[in-house]
Design a protein around this ligand. Structure first.
Ligand SMILES: Nc1ncnc2c1ncn2[C@@H]1O[C@H](COP(=O)(O)OP(=O)(O)OP(=O)(O)O)[C@@H](O)[C@H]1O
Ligand SMILES: [Mg+2]
Length: 494
């Protein structure tokens, strides 16, 4: 959260907020976090007690909001037309009231549900791209709202309406509302390293260029592949995920390109492949570095020409599909070593995005993500909201996070599930323990390995030690290491 020096004047605060807002929304940071910090800043800038941004859900037509300091931050919903915010959403007229209880449009419903007492209210419609998108609502200003406050909130609303146009929330041209999707912009992190990534993601998304996402395990490659899709013109077409580690070697061609009836034994009907399933949308080839050399040639033709034939078919099919690929391998080194075709490599790395490891993102991102996951898992496991002890914060910042965001996510989920109190302490995070698999070469300080091992050998030994520590349970070991079961199986094979 940004700090506000108390000597900052009202006008400076308002100006700064207006200037920041567009950039904040366009960055696609996690929506809840954005709305919470936005609401807090608006309330502060206006000198009011509370503010919220209601968005019209284009699909259901309801207004949806999150209130910053609500204990149970479940979605708050309101039908358009209901209450004063609902009235503003319907009519597009701003409303300022010194005493809401005197207004017949006011519905006390909401106060009853939240336990909040509304007295004065300022509401302005948010419009952009030819439609009404939502309402800004500011509550309870001592002494009431001035004409100046109304002008400022209207300017904010205009700015938000414009900024929404650049996000995956952008609604239809003709219809009111925004596109509230599933896990669309659940991206947390404001470090300079991540800001640079967001900039490239946003500009790459607006083109059809092939993107290669590279980063250690758990850095968010899957998440950003989807972010590219939902930020592109193709967002209403399918996003098809293909994990190259699970492609059966003998069926890879038919998995990708489909097959005709009778193409091989057992092919008793025509089956559409992943490429055809992604028509008009995005094909995400995950773990591209794992695709066996002999299959790379089959992929290359499609990557080059976007044309293919179904297995056993004669017709050449043109496909309009955008390709996003991801890997944690060093493909350039694999090309040198002869494990990856150079022509395929050059075709997929048109735009290459390096996702920084968590330890390079700084304490702010680590703690921001940790708090984000506390919110997610407290809600999911129906636990009261928890906070971290100082020792836990220090432990989070000191940990090297070899499994990156996924490892952090699992550590927090475990602490929430097993935790009893409202404070998560450093022991509950179990971070040191994860570094010390007790097996060959392991000591209380860590794992001791001979110097002359290759990285592959080290990975295999470390993975073996982790499985032994987990009592032979591979799923548990994969969780501890912050990697997928597939990946663990690969490491064990060496
Ligand atoms: N910046 C972020 N904000 C919020 N959640 C994140 C962020 N980055 C990653 N995550 C979460 O961390 C987990 C791991 O991310 P993801 O699966 O995308 O990693 P990956 O790089 O594909 O890993 P792997 O190489 O092991 O497949 C997911 O649950 C994802 O939602
Ligand atoms: Mg992944």
């Amino acid at each position: 959260m940004l700090a506000f020096p108390s000597q900052m004047s009202d006008d400076e605060r308002r100006f700064e907020l207006l200037a920041d807002l567009g950039a904040m929304i366009a960055r696609e940071v996690e929506l809840d976090e954005l709305l919470a910090s936005f609401a807090e800043r608006v309330a502060r800038a206006v000198g009011a007690d509370r503010a919220s941004l209601w968005l019209i859900d284009g699909a259901s037509g309801e207004l949806r909001a999150r209130v910053a300091d609500q204990v149970d931050p479940d979605d708050l919903r309101l039908p358009v037309g209901r209450g004063i915010a609902g009235h503003v959403a319907r009519t597009g007229e701003a409303v300022a009231l010194a005493d809401v209880t005197a207004d017949p449009r006011w519905s006390r419903d909401f106060d009853e549900r939240t336990g909040y007492r509304t007295r004065s209210m300022l509401c302005a419609p948010v419009e952009g791209g030819g439609g009404r998108r939502g309402v800004i609502q500011v509550l309870n200003k001592p002494g009431g709202f001035s004409a100046r406050d109304q002008v400022f909130v209207a300017a904010l609303a205009e700015q938000i309406g414009r900024a929404l146009e650049y996000t995956s929330l952008r609604g239809d041209r003709e219809r009111p509302g925004v596109a509230v999707r599933g896990r669309f912009n659940h991206v947390v992190g404001r470090s300079p390293a991540m800001q640079a990534v967001y900039d490239v993601i946003v500009s790459a998304a607006q083109t059809d260029a092939t993107v290669l996402l590279h980063g250690e395990t758990g850095t968010g490659k899957g998440l950003f592949a989807r972010a590219i899709h939902v930020n592109s013109e193709r967002r209403d077409a399918p996003f098809v995920h293909v994990d190259c580690t699970t492609l059966p070697a003998n069926l890879v061609e038919s998995e990708l390109f489909g097959h005709e009836r009778g193409a091989f034994t057992g092919a008793d009907a025509r089956v559409i492949g992943k490429v055809e399933a992604a028509a008009g949308g995005t094909l995400f080839l995950d773990e591209l570095g794992e695709i066996p050399l002999e299959l790379q040639g089959k992929l290359l033709r499609w990557v080059q020409e976007r044309r293919f034939e179904r297995v056993g078919g004669r017709e050449t099919i043109d496909s309009d599909v955008r390709l996003v690929a991801a890997t944690n391998r060093d493909l350039a080194a694999m090309v040198k070593a002869g494990g990856f075709r150079s022509d395929l490599y050059f075709r997929v790395r048109v735009v290459e995005i390096e996702l920084p490891p968590l330890r390079a993102r700084g304490d702010g991102d680590i703690l921001g993500l940790a708090e984000h996951f506390v919110g997610v898992y407290c809600r999911r496991h129906r636990k009261a909201a928890s906070t971290f002890s100082d020792a836990a914060r220090a432990a989070l910042c000191a940990h090297p996070w070899p499994g990156n965001v996924r490892e952090l996510e699992h550590a927090i989920e475990r602490a929430i599930v097993l935790g009893r109190g409202l404070v998560i302490d450093d022991r509950a995070l179990g971070l040191d323990r994860d570094l010390v698999p007790a097996a060959d070469g392991a000591t209380a300080e860590g794992v001791v390995l001979p110097h002359d091992l290759s990285l592959d050998d080290i990975e295999r030994r470390y993975a073996t030690a982790a499985v032994e520590r987990a009592g032979g349970n591979q799923s548990a070991a994969a969780r501890t290491l912050g990697i997928s079961r597939n990946k663990l199986a690969r490491l064990l094979r060496g």
